[in-house]
Ligand binder design. Structure first.
Ligand code: PHB
Ligand code: FE
Length: 329
């Protein structure tokens, strides 16, 4: 791709003023028009539908760049090094790599976060919620039309110990703005009875996780509902498509709690297909440390993602000290 073409793209984007800001970091430049995000970088240009771009950007921002690689699609993405973040084009794409067109720059997390926060806020228009299921939000298209700060600044639930403990993150109810989702009306809303031995009252706790999840207003957003040292239980409600393709840097366990999700599993560095996994209620899977995956949930479903927050793990997998999968049959 010639430099002249890149220059034309930049001119075209900035000439038509639709009210959106242009954002730059390093040699990357991000522009939006009515339907698309346009990304230019030293070796070319890239284009993504604006709805897919904003949904991916929302997750990357809200999850603090997550574990490992967040692929926005087969070309654009970030790699979290926990303090710095790589922003890349074509890094996990053999076509780009073999043609010498893959491009990576590394930024301090706080610098790239600032740019991504600003872009998410400026490009998300009134009525569009990047965390909502497509059937529960307005559309993101057209010229700049207000904003949706409430949606894009939503705080992710991160329980210190467990949802519902004194001083920890609270329950959801009709009265605090979390009605039962339209697809979970059959989920029981009762609470477990806890009968602790005298003296152990403050050490035993239980809550109705299904009831809690039935009231989630977001999709594809694992939130920490209980934590024991590095063991994080991150349940989430899913509908439509995981907006990113997640490249793991450690093993993750999935427990399908209700309904069904179909997963595309690909090699983490090349994107070559490795498996299709159909998970039905009750199924458990260990997602290896060297894959990337994207889920499809035809109906709103509940998924428990079990994360290991030990940040010495990525290096152990890289050095081959640990096998990329946790069990052998
Ligand atoms: C994952 O990449 O493991 C993941 C991300 C978001 C979800 C579920 C799974 O909602
Ligand atoms: Fe994952």
């Amino acid at each position: 791709m010639s430099t002249a073409k890149i220059n034309n793209v930049e001119t075209a984007g900035t000439v038509r003023d639709l009210g959106y800001q242009t954002f730059s970091i390093g040699k990357f430049r991000f522009e939006r028009d009515e339907y698309f995000a346009h990304i230019s970088f030293p070796y070319g240009r890239h284009i993504m539908p604006i709805d897919a771009f904003l949904r991916a950007l929302m997750r990357d921002v809200a999850w603090g760049f997550f574990y490992g690689t967040v692929n926005f699609d087969g070309v654009l993405g970030t790699v979290n090094h926990y303090g710095t973040v790589d922003l890349f084009m074509g890094l996990c794409n053999p076509g780009y790599r073999n043609a010498g067109r893959a491009y990576v720059e590394t930024f301090d997390t706080k610098d790239i976060k600032k740019v991504f926060d600003g872009m998410l806020e400026d490009w998300t228009v009134d009525g569009f919620d990047p965390f909502a299921a497509p059937d529960e939000t307005g559309n993101p298209y057209g010229p700049k039309r207000g904003s949706n700060r409430k949606a894009v600044q939503r705080q992710r639930v991160v329980a210190r110990r467990m949802v519902g403990l004194p001083g920890d993150t609270g329950y959801r109810s009709d009265s605090n703005g979390y009605p039962v989702n339209r697809q979970f009306e059959d989920v029981a809303q009762d609470s477990p009875e806890v009968h602790a031995e005298p003296g152990f009252e403050s050490e035993v706790h239980a809550f109705n996780l299904f009831g809690y999840l039935s009231r989630s207003d977001v999709t594809w957003n694992p939130s920490v509902c209980s934590a024991v040292k590095d063991s994080l239980m991150c349940p989430t409600t899913e509908e439509y498509i995981l907006p990113i393709i997640h490249g793991n840097d450690r093993v993750e366990w999935f427990v399908q709690a209700t309904d069904e999700i179909i997963w595309d599993i690909e090699d983490g560095s090349t994107g070559n297909p490795r498996a299709k996994v159909v998970m039905k209620a009750g199924d458990v899977a260990a997602m290896p440390a060297d894959i990337r995956h994207r889920g499809y949930s035809p109906k709103r479903s509940m998924l428990l993602v079990w994360e290991n927050n030990d940040n010495s793990l990525p290096e152990k997998y890289r050095r081959g000290e640990l096998k990329p999968y946790p069990v052998e049959f």
